[in-house]
Design a protein around this ligand. Sequence first.
Ligand code: MN
Length: 291
Amino acid sequence: MKRSIERVISPRPIHFVGDGFRVQNFIPSTHGLEMKRMDPFIFLDYNEPHFFEPTSTPRGVDVHPHRGFETVTVAFQGKVAHHDSAGNSGIVSPGGVQWMTAASGVLHKEYHEEGFARAGGIFHMAQLWVNLPAKNKMDPPSYQGLDAQDIPSVSLPYGGQLHVIAGEFHGVKGGATTHSPMHLYRIELPQGSSADIQLPMHFNTAFLVLSGSVHVSGLEDSSAPEGHFVLMDNDGTDFSIQAAQNAHLLLLSGEPLNEPIAASGPFVMNHRHELQEAMQDFYAGKFGQLD
Ligand code: MN
């Protein structure tokens, strides 16, 4: 059964996170896309391609906490360096993904990688927040650092490549382990090619057009240019994405957790009192140490 488009969301206002991430917020979005609509994907910051001047002081976000979810950073151009209070660190390079499970809590900092900062260049990145099921919110923190070669690719029958970051596609399993059923794909489509996508109807599904321009088959007004976020309806399973120009997409699809959400800044829990506990634990130093 065909899945139709619910909305095509145009680029959002730009703001800075720290001094290194020039982002638009698609989830939650200022024009009505609530945190719950893409459950379990509760947040999406998108740094469209942007040139940063060379600097000897890497730009970024200094030490801050997270609890109750996962931050997933997908690099398209430029490099991000990460350090956290659980002792994990890594560099996210183009085609790579950092899947940080904050769970019960970490402190971390996110900066442009030193060499990239010194040389300057185009920075292009997305950060998703993936909610954790209530039963996993207070698990110990963990970390998956995936380089491009750790992410399996599938050659599409009509041309193009689909990189399985998480979940699976045509029996090929993704590079990252998740806590609930979901799929995360990076898709490269040459002009004139198409990708046939089939996902369970109740999985919340959307894709971001990183570059190029696409159409969704069977619908008249279905064009999605660069920088647009296409929210699919939950009215069917199948859709086909056709590349009007060479296109690069990030597709997210997940089974909703359908649990209550209480969110405040860097903490995402189920109930308000758990947010107070998170604050108390943070001020009591229970998230560990990070300089
Ligand atoms: Mn963070």
